[in-house]
Every structure is written in structure tokens, then in C-alpha cells.
Design a protein around this ligand. Structure first.
Ligand SMILES: Nc1ncnc2c1ncn2[C@@H]1O[C@H](COP(=O)(O)OP(=O)(O)OP(=O)(O)O)[C@@H](O)[C@H]1O
Ligand SMILES: [Mg+2]
Length: 160
């Protein structure tokens, strides 16, 4: 499956979606999240973190530092590119090596720094479609990402 769209009607559905995604993640997965302010990127990251056994309370928008690490079932690096001024800020993080060591990359506003990021296997576009409705579109760019979004699709069918 190349693309998959999930319409979340409230935060509890986003929570279920994200934690399922977190359970499915493997070492070194690279994920970019795009979408306007308040579209639900950080909310989804919190849910993904929960699925990786990271305390979601510790997950906040990395506003002042561009990268925050968390440790759960896997190490996670949470980036927010919204305020990044210089590409060197990203280069200094040594992301390629982190990924090779097994860290999962979750990058908000990934499109802003796409040139300096490692190849993203999964892109997620968040779109507000109502007060509590958020449409999450998933675009897979690797075999395991295609398998992952197929699993998400199967999961959403099985619980409906
Ligand atoms: N179904 C839903 N899924 C996710 N978030 C929802 C949903 N319904 C309402 N919300 C609200 O939408 C907001 C999403 O904010 P969030 O911080 O995740 O956005 P963001 O895309 O990370 O924005 P920014 O670009 O500023 O970082 C939260 O206030 C959340 O409570
Ligand atoms: Mg955010």
C-alpha cells in the first residue's frame, strides 16, 4: 500500500492510531510530519510515543531545542523544523549515525528541511477537517513503510 488516509473524529481516535503506529515501528524508521499549525502533528507524535512505551507527558513541541530525544522500546528523536534558520543546525545532529544506531526519527515540518534530512520512509500529512476532525494521510517510501500502512489499514478495518 502506497498511501493510506485515516480520518480521526476525535483525539481518542488519534491516540489509538498513533499508538498502533508506535507498536509497529522498527529500529531506524524515519518519519516526516507536515501540515499547518495546530493540525495535529504533535498530538500524533505523543500517541506514537505512547505506543513505544514512552511517557506521553514528556513529549512536548521541541520549540527551543530543535531535537528532543526520548527512550522507550526504541530511542526516538523528535524534531520540529518550524523555527530552524540554518541547515547546519540539522547537520550538527548527526542524524544518519543515530538512525544507523536504531533511533526512530519523527520530524514535524519536515518539508522545511527535506534536503538536509535522511531519506524519509514515511510521510504523514495532517489536515484539520473540523473542530475535532483531523485527516491523516500516510505516504510510504520503503517496503517496510508500505507494510506498515497496510497494517494500519487492516487494523482500522478490524476495529470498525
Ligand atoms: N482528532 C484530533 N486529533 C488530534 N488533535 C486534535 C483532534 N481534535 C482536536 N485536536 C486538537 O488539535 C490540536 C493539535 O495540536 P498539535 O500541537 O498536535 O498541532 P501541530 O500540528 O503539532 O501544530 P504546530 O505546527 O504548531 O506544531 C490540539 O489542540 C488537539 O487537542
Ligand atoms: Mg507541533
Amino acid at each position: 500500500m502506497e498511501t493510506y488516509i485515516y480520518s480521526s473524529h476525535d483525539e481518542s481516535q488519534t491516540q489509538s492510531l498513533g499508538s498502533k503506529l508506535g507498536e509497529l515501528l522498527a529500529a531506524g524508521f524515519t518519519i516526516g510530519l507536515n501540515g499547518t499549525l495546530g493540525s495535529g502533528k504533535t498530538r500524533l507524535v505523543k500517541a506514537i510515543a505512547a505506543g513505544l512505551k514512552i511517557d506521553p507527558e514528556t513529549v512536548v513541541s521541541p520549540t527551543f531545542t530543535i531535537c528532543v530525544p526520548y527512550q522507550g522500546r526504541l530511542k526516538v528523536l523528535h524534531l520540529d523544523a518550524y523555527r530552524i534558520k540554518q541547515q547546519e543546525e540539522v547537520d550538527e545532529l548527526g542524524l544518519d549515525e543515530e538512525i544507523e544506531d536504531g533511533a526512530v526519527l519523527l520530524v514535524e515540518w519536515a518539508n522545511k528541511i527535506k534536503q538536509t534530512l535522511p531519506l524519509l520512509e514515511l510521510e504523514i500529512e495532517a489536515l484539520p477537517a473540523g473542530e475535532t476532525t483531523r485527516r491523516y494521510s500516510f505516504f510510504a517510501h520503503s517496503d517496510r513503510a508500505r507494510t506498515l500502512i497496510q497494517s494500519l489499514h487492516d487494523w482500522s478495518i478490524s476495529k470498525s
